[in-house]
Design a binder for this molecule. Structure first.
Ligand SMILES: C[S@@+](CC[C@H](N)C(=O)[O-])C[C@H]1O[C@@H](n2cnc3c(N)ncnc32)[C@H](O)[C@@H]1O
Length: 226
């Protein structure tokens, strides 16, 4: 088991072609989605499945990213029942993650699965209306993570970043081409989403194709310039 360079509380085992990712469990004994728990030198780690979590896929496919530190504040859009946000909670162990989710059923599961994780603040809300959760998101954020699979994904990302993301903060944006246009070629959809971000004052730092783990998805990393 080795420390994963520049990602707090992330560890890996195995070779590059068969890598297993883990986070140090900041909520000992608890699982969120049936993941394996392993023990190493007196500590407990949760296996992080890249087929269930696009952030795990991103870290496996682009190990040079240097975006995270333990005390960051993150706004997470599309928290669902808690799979990825729980691993972010392990990573940002001294930070805060505001998790926005529109579906009541998913929100109930999120609360059930993560209530012991004191750095997650669940927010039942629609990411199309960022002003509606301004009282809950009481700080500027370092990172916006978005995975909402909606036709207006970039509009949602830009609205939320303009509202909450600090200057030079990062957007991590999972784009599902089929949610935007099921007929158009993925590459064209991705190009248009990038252009919308650039025209709104965001610099695209990376574009990572994660098709190996999640069909028709890329992840964009963008920086707020203004
Ligand atoms: C692909 S799933 C997210 C999976 C999750 N990010 C993970 O890795 O654990 C997309 C989620 O976005 C939520 N969602 C869709 N539209 C939304 C909106 N406008 N505001 C907030 N959440 C939304 C859906 O209800 C769904 O739970």
């Amino acid at each position: 088991m080795r420390v994963y360079a520049s990602h707090p509380n992330v560890y890996y085992a195995g070779s590059h072609n068969n890598m297993k990712l883990y986070t140090l469990n900041n909520c000992e004994g608890s699982r969120v989605y049936g993941e394996n728990l392993i023990y190493y030198k007196g500590k407990e780690y949760r296996e992080w499945d890249p087929f269930r979590s696009k952030l795990a896929a991103l870290l496996i496919l682009d190990s040079k990213l240097d975006l995270f530190s333990k005390n960051q504040i993150c706004l997470y859009l599309g928290a669902s029942s808690g799979t990825t946000i729980s691993h972010l909670s392990d990573m940002l162990s001294e930070g805060i993650i505001f998790g926005v989710e529109v579906a009541e059923r998913s929100m109930r599961q999120l609360i059930h699965n993560t209530s012991q994780r004191i750095n997650i603040i669940p927010i039942l809300g629609d990411a199309n209306y960022p002003e509606n959760y301004a009282k809950s998101v009481f700080k500027e954020v370092d990172i916006v993570y978005q995975d909402v699979a909606q036709p207006n994904q970039s509009e949602i990302a830009i609205k939320n970043c303009n509202y909450y993301l600090k200057k030079n903060g990062h957007l991590i944006f999972a784009i599902k081409s089929q949610s935007i246009d099921s007929i158009e070629k993925s590459e064209k959809v991705y190009r248009e989403e990038k252009k919308s971000l650039e025209l709104s004052g965001y610099e695209i730092l990376e574009s990572v194709n994660i098709h190996k783990f999640a069909a028709n998805h890329i992840i964009l990393i963008a920086k707020r310039k203004i």
